[in-house]
Design a binder for this molecule. Structure first.
Ligand SMILES: Nc1ncnc2c1ncn2[C@@H]1O[C@H](COP(=O)(O)OP(=O)(O)O)[C@@H](O)[C@H]1O
Ligand SMILES: [Mg+2]
Length: 343
């Protein structure tokens, strides 16, 4: 079965979006999403995504972004993924629209079609995402640091929308790849194909029962109900250099959870992107911790994100040699075990 058949088998009658102008034009017409005299001129892939099928639609009047969730991970179609994630993303953008401190960093939501799992958002421009940080000597600017911390501080202070989805299926998927899969001794992932020697370097972490017990406990916290609205995937791939500054996209992993989680993802990626310690310090200082912020849990989540990115399936375009990765993993494990890290 090809992907289209697989989709139509799961959702008979739903529109399977492809990079085909005529089909997308008639879909947009049918939805009433085109203005008067507006015609779809072309479609293009706006950037490298992971989970979803994303297109930039260019019309004779404007451009916008179309995002369709299919019941798998676009980059790894062998991994099933819940389509409800696109409704979470729509709900996230829509509930935060009125909060200026957040909305200035978000694309406007132009439409949502729950039946076909398609979200339409404002086109933020052709700027790259922040994955360039993983290349040597690319640093976050002070403006970026201000933007990221303003966004996260404001987000974690939002009154939780009473009908925000639990997003539990997505959390379970993420839970598997953060807290479990990387630590299975045989999981089908050949780490030596990522980097020669990585397979052996991962063994101490796959066989450390005390470490794995700590990770498991943090995983249970990730799956439990928390007190703050989280972005859920706050790493450089979710930040865009928009035409008017930093933007945060892709909140499909959003949920009501522990604030420590979002900040820890940011920190783990600063470490893997070898940002200088001044950047870490500035971010830690500028982020407004909500009451009860748990530094121990934060440190553990930082270590866990580093380990899963280095030895799990969701690899990053890192420019780290094996010995740097080994050092990072040692530190990461220490933070998880000791429940503290120095910033
Ligand atoms: N609103 C937008 N404006 C401009 N580019 C966007 C927008 N949304 C997504 N993109 C581009 O498309 C890519 C994939 O979108 P993203 O929402 O991250 O999807 P995925 O869930 O598949 O990772 C992004 O990395 C970015 O390059
Ligand atoms: Mg993305």
């Amino acid at each position: 079965m090809d992907l289209k058949q697989r989709f139509q088998h799961a959702y008979p009658g739903a529109f399977f979006m492809k990079n085909e102008v005529r089909a997308v034009a008639s879909y947009l017409q049918g939805q009433g999403w085109l203005n008067q005299n507006e015609e779809l001129v072309s479609l293009e892939k706006p950037g490298a995504g992971n989970m979803n099928f994303v297109l930039r639609a260019i019309t004779n009047q404007r451009s916008f972004i179309l995002k369709q969730a299919r019941p798998w991970v676009e980059k790894f179609p062998q991994i099933d993924a819940p389509v409800e994630r696109v409704a979470v993303e729509a709900k996230f953008f829509q509930s935060l629209e009125k909060i200026e401190a957040i909305n200035q960093f978000a694309p406007s939501c132009l439409g949502f079609d729950a039946a076909n799992f398609i979200l339409v958002t404002e086109d933020l421009g052709k700027g790259a995402d922040y994955s360039f940080l993983y290349q040597k000597d690319n640093l976050l600017t002070e403006t970026d640091i201000d933007g990221l911390t303003q966004y996260l501080s404001a987000l974690h202070q939002v009154a939780i929308p009473s009908d925000f989805p639990s997003n539990l299926a997505m959390r379970k998927l993420n839970h598997e790849h953060i807290f479990n899969f990387p630590y299975l001794e045989e999981n089908g992932l050949n780490l030596d194909e990522v980097q020669e020697g990585l397979k052996a370097a991962a063994i101490p972490y796959k066989t450390d029962a005390a470490l794995k017990a700590k990770i498991k406990a943090c995983g249970a916290i990730y799956l439990a109900q928390g007190n703050h609205l989280l972005h859920g995937d706050f790493y450089p791939g979710s930040w865009l250099k928009g035409t008017d500054g930093l933007k945060v996209i892709d909140p499909e992993f959003g949920f009501v959870g522990p604030a420590e989680f979002d900040l820890s993802i940011l920190f783990a990626h600063l470490l893997m992107a070898e940002q200088p310690s001044e950047v870490h310090k500035a971010i830690y200082k500028k982020y407004q911790q909500p009451a009860g912020f748990n530094e121990a849990l934060f440190s553990q989540f930082v270590g866990i994100e580093i380990l899963r990115r280095l030895i799990g399936i969701a690899q990053l375009p890192l420019s780290l040699d094996l010995s740097t990765k080994k050092k990072l993993m040692e530190q990461a494990a220490q933070w998880i075990i000791e429940e503290k890290m120095a910033i």
